[in-house]
Design a protein around this ligand. Structure first.
Ligand SMILES: [Zn+2]
Length: 414
C-alpha cells in the first residue's frame, strides 16, 4: 500500500476539507476501484460496472466486471484489466483458476505496433487482427520469447498449446511456423519447407519423431537443417527438401589450410550432394596437426589397398576418431600431384585433400571411401576427369551410388 502523505496546508485550510476527503477516499479505495479510476472511471472505456467487487472462485483474489472488461486483483500482484478477445480467451480457459492464473499486466500493445497481449502468472495471451487471441505458456512460451515474440519469424500464435495426436508432446502453431515440445526433447521450432515436409510425413507420429533442434544453418552456407529424434530434414535452394536417415562422422585434421575453398564451403558442398543419398555429414572434430614433413604427402599411385609409408604415418593421427568415423587430412599437396586421394591404410578410413582442391573434392574422395567408383561423366560427383570439370553443380549421384553409400559400414542410421 502507498503511504499517505497529507499536505499540512490542506489540514490547516478549512475550505480545502473537501479536497482532503477526496484524497482519503482514493487512499482507502479498493485497488480495483483505484485501477478503475486510473482508467477513467465511468466515463472511461471500461464503462459502468456490471457487478460489485467480488471474491474470485479460487478464494484468493477479487474481481469486478464492467460493461467493456474486467479488473482482477491478487494480493501479491495488484489489480490489472483484461478485456476484449483476450478476456474471452482467458474466460474460455477458466479465468484465474486456469493454468494462466491472474493477470500480471493490463492489456498492452505489442512492440510490433500491431497486436496486443496480457501476461499472466502462468503464460500469456497474444492477439492480432489476423490471428485472433491464443495462449502460450511453459517451455513453448520461453522458446517463443527467446526468438523475440511476435517480431520473430514466428509472428503470432494461431492455436492454444495443444496436445499432440500421439498423446505425448505439445505444440503451438504460429503464423510463421510451429514450436513442438516433448518431455525428452524439450521445445524446438520448425518452419518453412522443412516444416511442410515433416507435416506431410505425419508430424511427431512420423518415423522422424520430435524435433531435437531449431532450424540450423548448414556449414555457414545457404542450406538449412532441422534435427529430429530419428533423422534430419535438410533443405537447400538447389537440392530442395531431403530426409536424412544415415550419417557419416568426419574428423578434420589440418596440416595446411585450404586456399581455393574454405573447409566450411567444402563441407557445405559435400552435404548438399550427400543429402540426395539421404546421408547427413557431421563434422565431429577439428584438429590442427603440426607435421611439416607430411604436408606434401607421398601417395604413390593413389591405389586403394596400397599405401606409402608416409600415408601410414599420416593416417595414424586419429585423436577423437571412433569406430566407423572417417578422417580428412588437409595437406599442401600430394606427390604425385592430385586434388586428393582416398587410399588409406586398412581399418583407418579417410582421405587427403590438397589446399587447391575444388569445391567437390572432399565429397568425391569420401565417395571412394564409402565404396563408389569413377565414371566418365562430368555431370556426376564421381567423374574421373577431375572435379574441377563438373558441369552441373551440385553434381549427380545415381540411385545405385546412393544405396552403396547408405549401405557402407561407415554410414550409420540416425
Ligand atoms: Zn577419384
Amino acid at each position: 500500500m502507498a503511504k499517505l502523505t497529507i499536505d499540512p496546508k490542506l489540514v490547516q485550510a478549512k475550505e480545502l476539507n473537501v479536497e482532503l476527503l477526496k484524497q482519503l477516499q482514493v487512499f482507502q479505495a479498493h485497488p480495483i476501484t483505484q485501477k478503475y479510476w486510473a482508467l477513467g472511471g465511468a466515463s472511461g472505456w471500461l464503462g459502468t460496472n456490471t457487478t460489485t467487487i467480488r471474491t474470485c472462485p479460487d478464494g484468493v483474489g477479487q474481481y469486478q466486471h464492467f460493461v467493456n472488461g474486467s479488473i482482477y486483483y491478487h494480493p501479491s500482484i495488484g489489480a490489472h484489466e483484461v478485456h476484449g478477445l483476450i478476456r474471452a480467451r482467458w474466460q474460455s480457459m477458466g479465468w484465474e483458476r486456469s493454468l494462466l492464473g491472474y493477470p500480471l499486466t493490463d492489456e498492452s500493445s505489442c512492440p510490433d505496433g500491431i497486436g496486443r497481449f496480457n501476461h499472466f502468472q502462468g503464460g500469456s495471451i497474444y492477439w492480432s487482427p489476423s490471428s485472433g487471441a491464443w495462449e502460450v505458456h511453459g517451455a513453448i512460451r520461453a522458446k517463443y520469447s527467446s526468438f523475440g515474440w511476435e517480431r520473430s519469424f514466428l509472428r503470432y500464435p494461431l492455436t492454444n498449446e495443444t496436445t499432440c495426436p500421439d498423446g505425448v508432446g505439445r505444440f503451438n502453431h504460429f503464423q510463421g511456423g510451429s514450436i513442438y515440445w516433448s518431455p525428452s526433447t524439450g521445445a524446438h521450432e520448425v518452419h518453412g519447407a522443412i516444416r511442410s515436409h515433416w507435416a506431410s510425413l505425419g508430424w511427431e507420429r512420423s518415423a522422424l519423431g520430435y524435433p531435437t533442434s531449431d532450424e540450423l544453418v548448414v556449414f555457414g552456407g545457404a542450406a538449412r537443417i532441422s534435427h529430429f529424434q530419428h533423422g534430419s530434414i535438410y533443405w537447400s535452394p538447389t537440392a530442395g527438401v531431403r530426409v536424412l536417415r544415415e550419417r557419416v562422422r568426419v574428423h578434420v585434421k589440418i596440416l595446411e589450410t585450404p586456399v581455393s575453398f574454405t573447409i566450411n564451403e567444402q563441407f557445405a558442398a559435400m552435404q548438399e550432394v550427400y543429402a540426395v543419398a539421404g546421408v547427413r555429414v557431421d563434422c565431429a572434430s577439428t584438429e590442427n596437426l603440426n607435421l611439416p614433413t607430411l604436408k606434401d604427402v607421398d601417395v604413390g599411385g593413389c591405389t586403394m589397398g596400397s599405401v606409402s609409408s608416409e600415408q601410414i604415418i599420416l593416417f595414424g593421427n586419429r585423436n577423437f576418431v571412433g569406430t566407423n568415423d572417417v578422417v580428412v587430412y588437409f595437406v599442401r599437396s600430394t606427390v604425385p600431384g592430385y586434388n586428393g586421394c582416398a587410399a588409406h591404410p586398412s581399418g583407418r578410413p579417410g582421405c587427403v585433400v590438397v589446399r587447391s582442391a575444388s569445391r567437390w573434392t572432399l565429397g568425391h574422395e569420401f565417395g571412394h571411401v564409402l565404396g563408389i567408383h569413377h565414371v566418365n561423366d562430368n555431370n556426376r560427383l564421381m567423374t574421373g576427369n577431375g572435379t574441377f570439370n563438373i558441369t552441373n553443380p551440385p553434381p549427380d549421384l545415381t540411385s545405385s551410388e546412393s544405396s552403396t553409400m547408405r549401405n557402407s559400414s561407415l554410414t550409420t542410421p540416425l
